[in-house]
Design a protein around this ligand. Structure first.
Ligand code: ARG
Length: 476
């Protein structure tokens, strides 16, 4: 944004050069002006401010506060301001303080005194509260779309590379073999809940305009009409609540932070999987960067940054919570700072979602390496214990016997399937050659038949459900 930083006197202003300057005899200190102005960041509210003003003007005409002719002039003035902003010819002047004043001043310059009628029955307090709700709604819609995009790419990977076998981990130790599809679908369902949180955000978005500064205004406003035009389900029923509350913004930041945590876990797994130690996957050159000193390096910086950015989301959530803590009713200038957190959260979440979608699409898995890792980690041990249980051994004893078997094999770095029948029978007479089917990785996986488990059938059912969720998400 270009601001000319000028302090030129404008029509309708007092000596101080401000639209509200009637009672002021001196200019603001330049340093205070800088501290006070939200224009450097709130100019992005312009489209919402214009939409709010249009609805407000139409409503004022409908209740007879403005004549049809005045309303018409204001509406075409607002269109012209919109066109100027769109084309980049609008002059943003820091001395206007914020986007609301900048637009109103331009309207007055353009239309003459009738421009000053746009602010009838309105305060910047309810105006900014409205703009923020409209901004948040757009942000939430944009995130939803991108979350669905990421879910779609996970779904695609899960169905196309679904039969790849890998170790599932607990405590970062190889735990039990799972299908790669099972692992990827875990993120799919986490994201479905993130998406639903975004959908539910709407319940907290009430239409604040008409609250005035805090007490309501001296006109019988038709707030329902404004709410309908702007697509709100509910009018904020209390003017003080309407101008003082920012819980919808806080909830937005919290929803975004939770989603960023989901992304950071997926990003962290990308980093691990692409390490030479895991070697489960590689990211293409387009999604990695080199080292300035070590020629062999191919760093997963994209995934690392998505992982890192979760810190910022949490920080902004905590920042707004701290800002609201103990803030007395109604409007306080502190509330101007809410936008700093909200605006960067929108940008960052869109960026992270798009980047993760691209990385999930681009990542190449190495099925042989993943299977080897699953073979090498004694990940079938639970199944061997269960096998002994079906042959009559109490689970606790079966656990001990299997543990002894693992210790024996691990000492010689031999995999589970390499145990000889002799060795097995020495540990327990319940073993026989059917042991070798039990430790077969595919058999282990196929045995996890419980709903939500990793057997191909259970995973196919998960995929079906995931498909339905995507169809539903597309239809809302
Ligand atoms: N720029 C202000 C904000 O973002 C607009 C509201 C100003 N209200 C006031 N009473 N000074 O909060």
């Amino acid at each position: 944004m270009g601001t000319d930083g000028g302090t030129s006197r404008s029509p309708g202003t007092g000596l101080s050069g401000k639209l509200w300057g009637g009672r002021f005899a001196a200019d603001q200190a330049p340093l205070f002006e800088r501290l006070n102005a939200s224009l450097p960041f709130d100019y992005v509210l312009a489209p919402y401010d214009l939409a709010g003003s249009r609805a407000h003007v139409r409503m004022l005409v409908s209740i007879g506060v403005l004549s049809g002719e005045e309303g018409g002039r204001l509406l075409s003035g607002l269109d012209q301001v919109a066109a100027e902003i769109e084309s980049g010819t609008f002059v943003w002047d820091l001395s206007d303080e914020d986007v609301h004043m900048a637009i109103e001043k331009r309207l007055i310059v353009m239309l003459g005194p009738v421009g000053g009628k746009v602010h009838t029955g309105r305060s910047r307090n309810d105006q900014v509260a409205l703009d923020l709700q409209l901004y948040l709604r757009d942000a939430v819609d944009g995130h939803q779309e991108r979350v669905i995009g990421l879910m779609r790419s996970l779904h695609h990977k899960a169905s196309s590379e679904g039969s790849v076998v890998m170790p599932g981990f607990t405590h970062m130790q190889r735990a039990q073999p799972v299908l790669l599809a099972h692992h990827l679908l875990a993120y799919f369902f986490m994201l479905e809940r993130d998406r639903r949180r975004l959908v539910r955000w709407r319940d907290s978005s009430w239409m604040p305009l008409g609250a005035g500064a805090l007490a309501g205004v001296n006109y019988p406003l038709d707030r329902e009409k404004v709410a309908v035009e702007l697509g709100f389900d509910q009018v904020a029923p209390n003017a003080m609540d309407a101008v003082a509350s920012r819980d919808a913004a806080l909830e937005y930041l919290s929803t975004a932070a939770i989603c960023s945590l989901t992304l950071s876990r997926l990003a962290e797994e990308m980093v691990l999987w692409c390490s030479q130690e895991f070697a489960f996957a590689t990211l293409p050159d387009e999604w990695t960067s080199g080292s300035s000193i070590m020629p062999q390096k191919k760093n997963p910086d994209g995934a690392e940054l998505v992982r890192a950015k979760a810190a910022g989301f949490l920080g902004r959530l905590v920042s707004l919570g701290s800002l609201l803590r103990g803030l007395p009713l109604a409007y306080n200038k502190d509330l101007q700072e809410d936008k700093v957190y909200v605006f960067s959260t929108r940008e960052e979440l869109d960026l992270c979602l798009e980047a993760m979608t691209a990385m999930v699409t681009a990542v190449r898995f190495d099925p042989d390496k993943m299977r080897q890792a699953a073979e090498g980690g004694y990940a079938q041990a639970t199944d061997v214990a269960d096998y002994l249980v079906t042959r009559g051994l109490p689970f606790r004893d079966a656990h001990r016997v299997t543990g002894q078997l693992v210790a024996l094999l691990a000492a010689q770095k031999r995999p589970m399937a390499a145990a000889t029948l002799d060795e097995l029978e020495r540990l327990s007479p319940l073993f026989d050659s059917s042991y070798y089917q039990v430790v077969d990785l595919d058999g282990v996986i196929a045995a996890k038949v419980s709903p939500g488990g990793t057997s191909p059938r259970s995973v196919a059912a998960q995929l079906d459900l995931a498909t339905k969720m995507l169809v539903e998400a597309d239809n809302v």
